[in-house]
Design a protein around this ligand. Structure first.
Ligand code: GLU
Length: 448
């Protein structure tokens, strides 16, 4: 066994003993540990401080009951959490997710990833994540509002602009942030930037909604530019139909690429010749109405393939998984490669299983991890925080320029650390660059 393998085995043994059965969390830690432990070991102060192991234990996990009344006057009970992973380089920062699968293991993995992602943006943002096991599908507008208000009744005491600044994530968009911020403001009697992703009329930043998807495309353009290539005319397969997927599709089309798929749990929409804005508008309407995409109208150039994911369905050189964790396994990765995949950049958080990642690596497919590629959303959240505290909103053009610049810088940080001969290991680069920043802070604070 190599020294690296031994180091990893004993580290993961300790982390697994403390987190038995928390599969997503152990997967996320294992990926970072593989790249970072040798860097930690080579730096005496970081090794002594046991920085990475400390980061595997969140600063705290707040759990609470959410009780609310549905439209039939019945009492409903959900569980809510906020995982405050690390505030080593800034206030806790990360989204809220409402979905039946939300549980401490998933939030711990997302909070852990967020620490690294936020460090990569170059902004002073710590990491955390939260949410509830609430399924908003089929709920009325009034039910969503009451749920958000009940959720904030408890969360409000743990957040604040210098303390913890939540934002949206899956099923928490501008509408939910509006209800959550309204409830926060009422409970605390203060108007300040304790949440990001707000509407522009009440402190939100231009382009916050678009930022994750647009930023993903800017990152892909930076990756292609490394090889002297550009995005225009390339075929792009995208999974998901939510905020990240829809805006990545919009930006890719605007940059001249052909978006050949979008998807949801019902199946995949295929546009052999690339989607137009009218197809995107229809998908967005469907999402807003809480309906799936199973019956595209004629005339939009869309075919529907029931019950299958986009990978390998249609020829595509670039893959952007934008749905959820572990959506691509080794078999799906292989199908995508058979259909021409050469570059894969993650819009979702950890959409690839370990085996899928290995399959891409062996085949030499360019791969970039979500903590680098989907950091555009949280980066613009950081700009929203600074616009709130300086009371100076920025124009959309300024925000877009800042987003492109920040994504370029994240790309360069990851590329610099990850350069290996004439290829770039973006995963290693992103993990190591982010770790160095956080480790410097943690070691400076002493034993806490
Ligand atoms: N939920 C987004 C993410 O995964 C955004 C978080 C934020 O803006 O705080 O990065």
């Amino acid at each position: 066994m190599t020294d690296r393998a031994k180091l990893l085995q004993s580290f993961m043994g300790r982390v697994a003993a403390r987190n038995a059965g928390q599969d997503e969390f152990l997967q996320a830690v294992g990926e970072v540990a593989f790249d970072v432990l040798t860097v930690e070991k080579a730096h005496a102060a970081w090794a002594r401080a046991r920085v990475l192991e400390r980061l595997t234990e969140p600063d705290r996990i707040i759990g609470f009951r959410v009780v609310w009344e549905n439209d039939d006057g019945e009492v409903e009970i959900n569980s809510g959490w906020r995982v405050q992973t690390s505030n080593a380089i800034g206030p806790y920062k990360g989204g809220l997710r409402f979905s039946p699968g939300v549980c401490p293991s998933v939030l711990k993995f997302l909070g852990f990833e967020q620490v690294f992602k936020n460090a990569l943006t170059g902004l002073p943002l710590g990491g955390g994540k939260g949410g509830a096991d609430f399924d908003p599908r089929g709920r009325s507008e009034a039910e969503i509002m009451r749920f958000c208000q009940a959720f904030m009744t408890e969360l409000a005491r743990y957040i604040g602009p210098d303390e913890d600044v939540p934002a949206g994530d899956i099923n928490v968009g501008p509408r939910e942030i509006g209800y959550l911020f309204g409830a926060y403001k009422r409970l605390r009697g203060q108007f300040h930037g304790a949440l990001t992703g707000k509407g522009e009329a009440f402190g939100g930043s231009a382009l916050r909604v678009e930022a994750t998807g647009y930023g993903l495309v800017y990152f892909v353009e930076a990756m292609l530019a490394e090889e002297g290539r550009e995005l225009a005319r390339r075929r792009v397969a995208i999974s998901g139909k939510g905020n990240v997927a829809a805006h990545a599709a919009e930006k890719a089309i605007c940059e001249g690429a052909k978006v050949v798929t979008l998807s949801d749990r019902s199946g995949t929409l295929v546009a052999e010749d690339g989607m137009g804005q009218d197809a995107l508008d229809w998908v967005r309407e469907r999402k807003q109405a809480g309906q799936d995409v199973a019956d595209p109208p004629r005339g939009l150039g869309l075919a529907f393939r029931e019950g299958v994911a986009p990978w390998g369905l249609v020829e595509a050189e670039i893959g952007l998984p934008c749905a959820t964790q572990n959506e691509i396994d080794a078999k799906a990765a292989k199908s995508a490669m058979d259909a021409g995949l050469r570059v894969l950049a993650e819009g979702a958080n950890m959409p690839l299983t370990r085996d899928a990642m290995e399959a891409l690596r062996e085949a030499g497919v360019g791969y970039a991890p979500g903590k680098a590629t989907n950091a555009g959303g949280v980066a613009i959240s950081g700009l929203e925080m600074s616009q709130n505290s300086s009371i100076r909103p920025l124009d959309p053009e300024d925000v877009d320029r800042a987003l492109r610049r920040i994504m370029g810088e994240i790309h360069n940080r990851a590329a610099e650390e990850g350069r290996d001969g004439n290829r770039i290991d973006y995963r290693r680069g992103a993990n190591v660059a982010a770790y160095r920043k956080v480790a410097t802070a943690i070691a400076a604070y002493g034993v806490l």
